[in-house]
Design a protein around this ligand. Structure first.
Ligand SMILES: Cc1cc2nc3c(=O)[nH]c(=O)nc-3n(C[C@H](O)[C@H](O)[C@H](O)COP(=O)(O)OP(=O)(O)OC[C@H]3O[C@@H](n4cnc5c(N)ncnc54)[C@H](O)[C@@H]3O)c2cc1C
Length: 336
């Protein structure tokens, strides 16, 4: 029972999805239909219907657990559908599929954001996951004091009660934009990377991309086709191979293992790495310095730290005369 509305998007015309791990009959949450009372009760409420929420839902459904997934977006996959048009994943398709339905693309190819969006919607439908779209969870309170007998969940469409909850709201909800952005002139167009779609949004004149990690480097490369483009921020360093080259096919399984085990949040190395990446940005996955140079991106390897006379200023006091600023400065955690 996918409760999301809207027409299905399809970035895979003519290609079928292959379901390899359907949820066993009788374990489907279809049986929850018609059970609406004033406060609906579930064993588990999952907040967030992105990859993490959907994959968790699949596992709960396989075990016959009564659950629901609530998501603020109108449609499953919207997180990806709302990213910039040319965005390609840095993870190969073989790692993008969710349990029970492989991603329908060659395993070593890199799917576009649109393809991920149009995979997630049929995934939720084929797996009969009970996703309730356009419902925002605003507040959660624990029930039963010390006895800890569950949670009361305040949503934009009423109350839910759950014995347990899974918070799968991702780390990319709230843009992190420096306060001095407010002091920039209204003549400068400002976009956060989460609002950027393509160069047609930009005003005539130079572009400053702030933040030189993967998003910043990719957007700068695209902007530089039509605008003089400056990229501000420390260089985070590239990964030591081309992700679409032959070496990557050999090394990616190792990288993936390290990522999911050695750098997992369950061990100190993972926690240290995450904190480092949060503050300094992750390495460049696809783009090398040579690519930026070849595209004439002006690498200002200093941080943008303030505004002077309505214009952005960098660490050495230089003021940059630009008509566009794209903040590729990441996101902040948001648990309400
Ligand atoms: C530009 C960009 C490129 C990326 N590229 C890659 C890549 O190539 N490979 C990779 O592995 N990862 C990539 N990531 C990270 C990737 O987005 C995550 O790995 C993955 O999407 C996380 O899935 P998730 O389910 O945890 O969160 P999300 O996909 O963010 O889903 C969270 C969901 O929670 C919902 N939600 C949030 N708050 C509430 C609330 N209060 N009430 C109800 N619903 C709520 C949102 O609507 C959203 O649908 C990228 C991220 C960005 C920003």
């Amino acid at each position: 029972m996918t409760e999301a509305n809207g027409p299905t998007r399809n970035a895979f015309p003519g290609r079928d999805f292959q379901v390899t791990g359907a949820i066993p009959a009788g374990h489907s949450v279809d049986r929850l239909r018609g059970q609406h009372t004033d406060i609906e009760r579930f064993d588990v409420v999952i907040v967030g219907g992105g990859q993490a929420g959907l994959a968790t839902g699949y596992q709960l459904a396989c075990r016959g657990i009564r659950f629901v997934i609530v998501d603020a977006h109108p449609r499953v996959g919207d997180t990806w559908g709302n990213r910039w048009d040319s965005l390609k994943l840095f993870t190969p398709a073989r790692y993008v599929g969710l349990p029970g339905m492989p991603f329908p693309a060659p395993p070593h190819s890199f799917p576009s954001a649109a393809e991920v969006a149009s995979y997630l919607e049929p995934y939720a439908r084929e797996m009969k996951l009970p996703v309730r779209s356009e419902i925002r969870v605003d507040r959660v309170t624990p029930l039963g004091g010390e006895a800890k007998t569950g949670f009361l969940i305040y949503t934009s469409s009423g109350l839910l009660k759950a014995d347990q909850m899974v918070i799968a709201t991702g780390g990319y909800q709230k843009p992190n934009i420096p306060l001095f952005a407010e002091d920039l002139s209204p003549n400068i167009l400002q976009l956060h990377s989460s609002e950027y779609r393509n160069p047609s949004q930009l005003r005539e004149g130079p572009v400053l991309v702030v933040g030189a990690s993967t998003s910043g480097a990719e957007i700068a490369l695209e902007a530089a086709r039509e605008h003089r483009t400056l990229l501000s921020g420390r260089h985070p360093g590239p990964i030591p191979f081309r992700i679409d080259g032959p070496l990557a096919r050999l090394t990616f399984p190792l990288v993936w293992f390290m990522w999911n085990h050695a750098f997992a949040m369950t061990n100190p190395l993972g926690r240290r790495t995450r904190s480092y990446v949060r503050h300094r940005g992750g390495p460049l996955f696809r783009i090398k310095l040579a690519d930026l140079e070849a595209a004439n991106v002006d690498r200002v390897t200093l941080r943008t730290i303030g505004a002077q006379a309505g214009k952005p200023a960098v660490e050495d006091g230089r003021v940059l005369d630009v008509t566009n600023v794209i903040w590729c400065t990441g996101f902040r955690g948001d648990y309400g």
